[in-house]
Design a protein around this ligand. Structure first.
Ligand code: AHR
Ligand code: AHR
Length: 482
């Protein structure tokens, strides 16, 4: 399912769903965005590789080959036609002809998602998207939620890198006339802990980090490369949440009443949608947007937590194909290459946390096949490396403990992340990969007497034996058995 399927089952359906990277409904099979090339001003819709899947970036690459492409439309997957296009002039004119804002360079924010290439929306100062004539977006004091996945390392202090609800005339209509996610390190109106950047709510004439006008201790600096940012609001109640869009859960940075400043209770939302700009078309800010939605109704934390799990499973990475050609989100089986054992794959036991190399073949049962199948994840401790999540025991990863490899549930600790992260080198015997331990970099994933360990060549453990070390530490990345 997609994020909007989860919001719908939570009773707070998406009324706008924007992404240049993936479908936000399992059933969506339409265009994600439109590009225009400068060579002949022709436009092309960029769709999906498959229903409910990820963007067909290759279509953009071939259409834009040898010229420049700009993102002209970000379609609305919700069916309400709340698409985003070039923002018109408002309180401030934009830098493009007619006072419009600039359009984003379609190739400026390349990333990987689910093992495929995709592009985000790169907002340089002057860039902005807007829809002032929407359908179904919250007005007045009506409840709404929103999330966005952003590049947490691309920001500035300009006003205002926003995504969400704003004024329908592109002007500052007073306190409470907007309600949008803000991301950046602007301190003019509000700020949180540290030096920023912060996720805040742009409520007009104020970026709010909590109930107070300026400083609120609960809102941390947060700069994950892929950042999930959430703002939601209902009568005299709102919240800020956030987390790492690649792994882990959401934290709540504020959850309480409207700011203790006149004009924000009740709210006077107008229901336009902005991306990359302030409500009055202030366009000094920078940032990168990958996906985001707005809902009807105030989503529960549980719904948002399910959405976060969906986002982390989507497999955002900084490079289109993952480390060592292992693409996060894809499934693999890991076959031993020692001559004894070329019919054996790293597998977990049927019960318990043991891990061995076990024989698997086409005629094996489904339990044996799924036990030998792993979902590649961006390394929990280092996204240049990988982690292996069990295909049939979600949330459980291969990790070493006392230099023995086991299958354990990710407990979210830094220790676990390190123990479960392996960096792919060329295979020591010339085949496949050797997987270096992130925290014991002279130790590699090795089988020994059919058990699986992290082993250093000629070290003190029995399994550090130099005999067939090169072969025992080399793994063929095979098609997944399940
Ligand atoms: O609230 C901060 C900013 O103030 C808004 O985005 C903009 O409309 C106004 O300048
Ligand atoms: O793991 C199977 C074999 O056991 C290894 O190839 C060898 O190192 C050990 O004897």
């Amino acid at each position: 399912s997609g994020p909007c399927d989860l919001y719908a089952s939570g009773g707070t359906p998406c009324v706008a769903a924007h992404s240049t990277t993936r479908a936000l409904y399992a059933s969506y099979d339409g265009p994600l965005y439109q590009v225009r090339r400068t060579s002949d001003n022709a436009t092309r819709d960029i769709g999906l590789l498959g229903r409910g899947g990820v963007a067909d970036a290759a279509a953009q690459d071939s259409f834009c080959a040898g010229t420049t492409c700009l993102i002209t439309v970000i379609y609305d997957q919700s069916g309400r036609n709340n698409r985003l296009t070039q923002a018109p002039p408002g309180g401030f004119p934009g830098p493009a002809p007619g006072g419009y804002d600039n359009l984003a360079d379609a190739t400026a924010a390349p990333i990987g998602i689910g093992g495929h290439k995709a592009y985000g929306v790169y907002v340089a100062p002057g860039t902005g998207y807007r829809n002032n004539n929407t359908n179904g977006i919250a007005k007045g004091d009506q409840p709404e939620g929103m999330y966005a996945v952003l590049n947490g390392t691309h920001y500035n202090g300009g006003c205002c890198f926003d995504y969400g609800n704003a004024e329908t005339n592109s002007r500052d209509n007073g306190n409470g006339t907007m309600e949008a996610i803000y991301f950046g390190n602007n301190k003019v109106w509000g700020y949180g802990e540290g030096n920023g950047p912060w996720i805040m709510a742009d409520l007009e004439n104020g970026l709010f980090s909590g109930v107070n006008q300026r400083y609120n201790a609960g809102d941390p600096s947060i700069s994950h490369r892929f950042l999930t940012a959430i703002v939601k609001g209902e009568p005299n109640h709102w919240a800020i949440r956030g987390g790492n869009a690649r792994t882990g859960s959401l934290s709540t940075f504020y959850n309480g009443p409207r700011p203790n400043v006149p004009g924000y209770n009740p709210m006077k939302k107008e229901g336009a949608i902005i991306l990359g700009i302030g409500g009055d078309n202030s366009h000094g800010a920078t940032g990168t947007f990958y996906e985001g939605v707005m809902t009807s109704g105030y989503p529960t934390d549980a719904t948002e937590n399910a959405v976060q799990a969906n986002i982390t499973a989507a497999g955002y990475t900084t490079s289109p194909s993952g480390p060592g050609g292992l693409t996060p989100g894809s499934k693999v089986s890991l076959r031993a290459t020692t001559s004894c054992c070329t019919d054996r794959y790293i597998a977990h036991d049927d019960a318990g946390s043991g891990v061995t190399i076990a024989p698997v073949s086409a005629s094996s049962g489904s339990t044996a096949k799924s036990g030998a199948t792993w979902t590649v994840r961006a390394g929990l401790a280092n996204s240049s490396c990988v982690s292996f999540e069990s295909a049939d025991r979600a949330g459980q990863y291969l990790r070493h403990a006392n230099f023995t490899v086991r299958l354990n549930t990710n407990d979210g600790t830094a220790q676990f992340a390190e123990d479960a992260t392996f960096c792919a080198d060329a295979g020591h015997n010339g085949q496949g990969h050797s997987f270096r331990s992130a925290n014991y970099p002279s130790d590699y994933l090795r089988h020994y007497k059919y058990g699986v360990y992290v082993a250093g060549q000629g070290g003190s453990h029995e399994w550090d034996s130099t005999t067939s070390w090169n072969d025992d530490t080399s793994w063929a990345v095979a098609q997944p058995w399940a």
